[in-house]
Structures are given as structure tokens and as C-alpha cells.
Design a protein around this ligand. Structure first.
Ligand code: SAM
Length: 213
């Protein structure tokens, strides 16, 4: 009798772990298929000359994922190449990305690409001048990607500085190619005791900043 009970318990646990492994494999396959479908959307996005290069966009996504960022801001979306790449990262962290672009045409294209990628629940695009929209944003943020008018980076940053949480990551694009135009912002980040900054020699140079406290 005792032996039968032991055998029954062993059999049940084998069946349960088998079903668990089966379900896990299915979930993994579904996740890989979703990533592949989204990569097709990314490949099809008609990139205009202003779009973030693919390697830079992937680095942004990795930063979002490793930071487990929850609330991000993108200043300047163009056709949404960066928004879709970062949106995938925010979907994985359970966070949300808010993008701003001044051009109605760009906003329409970005929203269309976000829809194609199935990221409407994770990415919200606001149309307007970032210098007017950013001061009105509510709540706190832990990620920011600045990629609009290079000489206005300091103004975009200042507009949300007090909304950036300790541990926030702020990335300024084109920090090498347009370093002179954004010198005021780069100098501020470099010399501020609460921020660490490194300029990554990605395609066009990215100033990656971390808020220590
Ligand atoms: C370099 S592109 C952005 C590329 C995009 N981040 C990407 O990942 O592909 C610059 C964008 O900034 C937008 N822009 C320029 N001035 C702006 C402003 N004051 N407020 C918001 N967006 C602005 C332009 O319309 C343009 O789409």
C-alpha cells in the first residue's frame, strides 16, 4: 500500500513537471515568434534620413531593459524607428514610453508604425513643441532619450530635470557629430555632482547619463 502511494506521488510529479516544461516551451516559442514579427515591422519602417541608426536603437532598448525602466520620454520621434525599438523594451519591463514630436506628419507616421508593431498600449505619442509639452508632463520618469533640435538639448532636459528619479538614465543622441551644438548640456551633465556621463562612440555618438542621487 505504502509503495503504491509513493509510486503514485512520483508519477503525479512527473506529469506535473512534464506539463510545466511543455507550457514553458510553448510560451518561449510564442515570445520568439512575436519578436520575429516585430523585427519584420522594424525592417519595413520607411526610415527617413533623421531616423536613429539600428545599432543605436538597439542600445537604447537594452538600456531600458537592463534599467527595468518604467516611464520614459522620447524627444523627437521622426517616423518612430526609435519609438518602436524602445517600445519593445518598455513592453518587456511593463513600463510606458511617451514620445513627443512637433511635426503632425511625423506623429502620424510614428503612430502608424506603433500600431503595426502592436505597441499602442505601451507607447503614447504627443504632437507638439517639446519645449511646451515637456513642462506639462506629469509624474516622475526614469528614462529619457533626447533627439530633436541639438542646440535645445539643455532646454529639453531642464524642462523635466526635477521629474527625473534617482537612477534615471538620460541619453542624448548625436553627442559626437553635434557635440558643439549641445555643449551647454554636455558640460552641465559632465560637471553635475549628481550625474555620471559617458559618450559612447555608437554610430553618431550617444551621451549616456546616469542619475546617481
Ligand atoms: C532626429 S529626428 C528623431 C529621430 C527619432 N528619435 C528616431 O529614433 O528615429 C528629430 C525629430 O525631432 C522633431 N522636432 C524638432 N523640433 C522639435 C520640437 N521643438 N519639439 C518636438 N519635436 C521636434 C522633428 O520633427 C524630427 O522628427
Amino acid at each position: 500500500m505504502k509503495r503504491r502511494i509513493i509510486l503514485g506521488v512520483i508519477l503525479c510529479s512527473m506529469l506535473i513537471s512534464g506539463a510545466y516544461i511543455w507550457a514553458e516551451t510553448d510560451a518561449h516559442k510564442a515570445a520568439v515568434a512575436k519578436d520575429q514579427a516585430r523585427q519584420k515591422v522594424i525592417d519595413q519602417i520607411s526610415k527617413n534620413f533623421m531616423s536613429t541608426p539600428a545599432a543605436d536603437a538597439l542600445l537604447l532598448r537594452m538600456l531600458i531593459q537592463s534599467r527595468k525602466a518604467q516611464r520614459g520620454i522620447e524627444v523627437g520621434t521622426a517616423v518612430g524607428f526609435g519609438s518602436v525599438n524602445m517600445g519593445i523594451g518598455f513592453e518587456r519591463t511593463g513600463g510606458h514610453l511617451y514620445g513627443v514630436d512637433i511635426s503632425e506628419k511625423m506623429v502620424a507616421e510614428t503612430r502608424g508604425n506603433i500600431k503595426k508593431a502592436g505597441l499602442e498600449k505601451t507607447v503614447t505619442i504627443v504632437q507638439g513643441d517639446a519645449l511646451k509639452v515637456l513642462p506639462k508632463l506629469e509624474g516622475k520618469y526614469d528614462f529619457m532619450f533626447i533627439d530633436a533640435v541639438k542646440s535645445d538639448y539643455f532646454k529639453y532636459f531642464k524642462a523635466v530635470e526635477n521629474k527625473l528619479l534617482p537612477g534615471a538614465v538620460v541619453v542624448g543622441h548625436n553627442a559626437i557629430a553635434s557635440g558643439r551644438a549641445m555643449k551647454d548640456w554636455l558640460d552641465y551633465m559632465k560637471n553635475h555632482p549628481d550625474w555620471e556621463m559617458v559618450i559612447v562612440k555608437a554610430t553618431r555618438g550617444m551621451a549616456v547619463c546616469y542619475k546617481v542621487r
